[in-house]
Design a protein around this ligand. Sequence first.
Ligand code: PSU
Ligand code: MN
Length: 307
Amino acid sequence: MTAPIRIEKTPEVAEALSLGRPVVALESTIITHGMPWPGNRDMALEVEAAIRAEGAVPATIAVIEGKLHAGLDEAAITKLARAKDVMKLSRADFAYALAEGRTGATTVAATMMAARLAGISVFATGGIGGVHQGASESFDISADLDELARTPVIVVSAGAKAILDIPKTLEALETRGVPVVAYGQDAMPAFWSRDSGLKAPLRLDAPAAIARFEHARRALGGHGGMLVANPVPEADEIPAGVMKIHIETALSRAAEQRIEAKAVTPFLLGEILELTGGESLRTNIALVLNNARLAARIAAALAAERT
Ligand code: PSU
Ligand code: MN
């Protein structure tokens, strides 16, 4: 018999989980592959602080030298943020990093897997992976979508980035039975922008309402994840029209340079950072913070109903 995986938890994460207090999982690919040093480290620490300020406990997920961690201290986050050659782990290669003693950052898919194993039901990120533009040729559809279908974790995001094909991403989520809930508005947000021009399938306006919905899903049984799409604060948004031009440039550079597979999302994010002169990074950090706060409130609402 294979023993279940051992998860290295920080004392605050272990304590919160054992007492049923609110915990929010955080991914690490956004740190290693989503933002440059040192802004990535600052973002990761600020996000943890924002979760603690809401009375919840942050649990950043990563594989470090073959060990799965739920919760990283400041030194570990700093080390990961400046490390090179960190694997980008999704469902397909999560176990490979464990077996080979490698260090890897978890994507949305792998973070959901780890959160479920650790008993954490809420996870905050920036944007999920989805159906890429040109997917009918490239077949590039993120494993995040299948993970949302199968793993019962609430993922709080700012929607999907406009580097993706958002209408097809929504179709794929609907096919997989994943509820997509816009928070506080009818429109589906588009990461850097509050409005993708599409209506979100569902809308809820309060953390307690999301907790009620989650309980109803659990009661029905056989549920997977839920995607909460939380619009970036107005003061931090970059209008969709401005982003459109940069996205087109980034996509054509990716095609010219034949960027493929796992490299696509990090490449596009890097190009957009350069094209916006760093403004996209400021917006990215603001929306992750906004998502972390909402995730902490949802985790608190779920914890309150349990007792
Ligand atoms: N969106 C972001 N920043 C990121 C990612 C998405 O704003 O860093 C990362 C997430 O970890 C997501 C992954 O799970 O990219 C999706 O990669 P792919 O498209 O290769 O599945
Ligand atoms: Mn992909």
